[in-house]
Design a protein around this ligand. Structure first.
Ligand SMILES: Cc1cc2nc3c(=O)[nH]c(=O)nc-3n(C[C@H](O)[C@H](O)[C@H](O)COP(=O)(O)O)c2cc1C
Length: 314
């Protein structure tokens, strides 16, 4: 695919390869190690606007970054007031780009009318975007191609979002019912791309450079967003861009150890070992017969011990 710089509103974006928001995964530790490896824009985990308003205890942690040029904050909620408040809050003070989640399929979010529930209420979605735009932040929106099989609302939604003042839109080419599996609807993304003049980023099912090429070819999108493929292979962005990565990280083992160290700096030795467990299966994907190694790492209760095991087995 053609890798190039982009603009979201007036904000320049380093390149058109985006690291997707992933709750529980794209925390500061993971982002800070992967972003310099040719990621154009990374997203925080989804963060509740209402949670920010009421001062939830994890807010600072969820929104921590030291790279405001290459990180967007993602927020979710259904009340335009709280959403704008969040954009204008101290929490997001240094963020230039704020992304609105309109795609999350998780029942506890949908049942509150948030995330992908907004796909069924285009008027409310429009009010939320308009209100957030008034904050002066550059607003982007992440949607899905629909709610149930056969839906294709991405073009209509993209048009609405552009009219409401959004500067970029990401389309995950799967409907809510599909969660994270099944075919990606390239046509829905392509129609959204053709419907608007703002950049459209295509998301879903990209695990290799070839997948990115196919996605770009089939959709005509301006860039790609990668979620699970980036955990399975943190080098996917530099493989696509061809950018030479300077520094000490040349293998998955190096990456995993740096990631663990960052996690330990952020959360402490014990917590880091626990947080790290969910990444272990991804990092060991290419290691044959790794079941017992992975099981041993899963038992580790300190980052120091986890590091020792990573050095031994990965
Ligand atoms: C564990 C997990 C957590 C996710 N959390 C978020 C999130 O916080 N916000 C969001 O917009 N999408 C979230 N997603 C969806 C991804 O951003 C992405 O749209 C989806 O995984 C499809 O991309 P992929 O096929 O490259 O994985 C999450 C996905 C996964 C697997």
């Amino acid at each position: 695919m053609q890798v190039r710089a982009l603009k979201s509103g007036c904000v320049p974006i380093y390149n058109n390869l985006f690291l997707a928001p992933m709750a529980g995964f794209t925390d500061y530790a993971f982002r800070s190690v992967i972003t310099p490896m040719s990621v154009g824009l990374a997203f925080t985990e989804l963060t509740s606007a209402k949670g920010l308003y009421y001062g939830g205890k994890n807010n600072e942690k969820l929104l921590k970054t030291d790279d405001y040029d290459r990180t967007a904050a993602q927020i979710f909620g259904r009340e335009p007031y709280f959403m704008r408040w969040a954009c204008e809050s101290e929490y997001l003070k240094y963020y230039k780009i704020v992304d609105i989640n309109m795609g999350c399929p998780v029942p506890k979010i949908v049942k509150n009318g948030e995330g992908s529930a907004l796909l069924a209420d285009i008027k409310l979605a429009e009010s939320i975007i308009k209100e957030c735009v008034k904050s002066g932040k550059v607003i982007t929106v992440k949607i899905r191609s629909g709610i149930k099989a056969g839906d294709d609302i991405a073009a209509e939604f993209a048009k609405m979002a552009e009219g409401a003042g959004a500067s970029l839109i990401t389309v995950h080419g799967r409907v809510r019912e599909a969660y994270y599996s099944g075919e990606v609807d390239f046509n829905a993304i392509a129609r959204a791309k053709r419907a608007v003049n703002i950049p459209v980023i295509a998301n879903g099912g990209i695990f290799t450079e070839k997948d990115a090429d196919i996605m770009m070819e089939r959709t005509g999108a301006d860039g790609v967003m990668i979620a699970r493929g980036a955990i399975a292979n943190p080098f996917i962005f530099s493989e696509i861009s061809g950018e030479e990565i300077t520094g000490d990280i040349t293998t998955v083992k190096d990456f995993a150890i740096q990631h663990l160290k960052k996690e330990a700096e952020m959360s402490g030795d014990k917590r880091a070992a626990i947080e790290f467990r969910k990444f272990v299966n991804y990092y060991f994907k290419r290691v044959e017969n790794s079941k017992t190694y992975r099981a041993e790492i899963m038992q580790s209760v300190s980052a120091e011990e986890t590091e020792r095991l990573l050095r031994k087995y990965l």
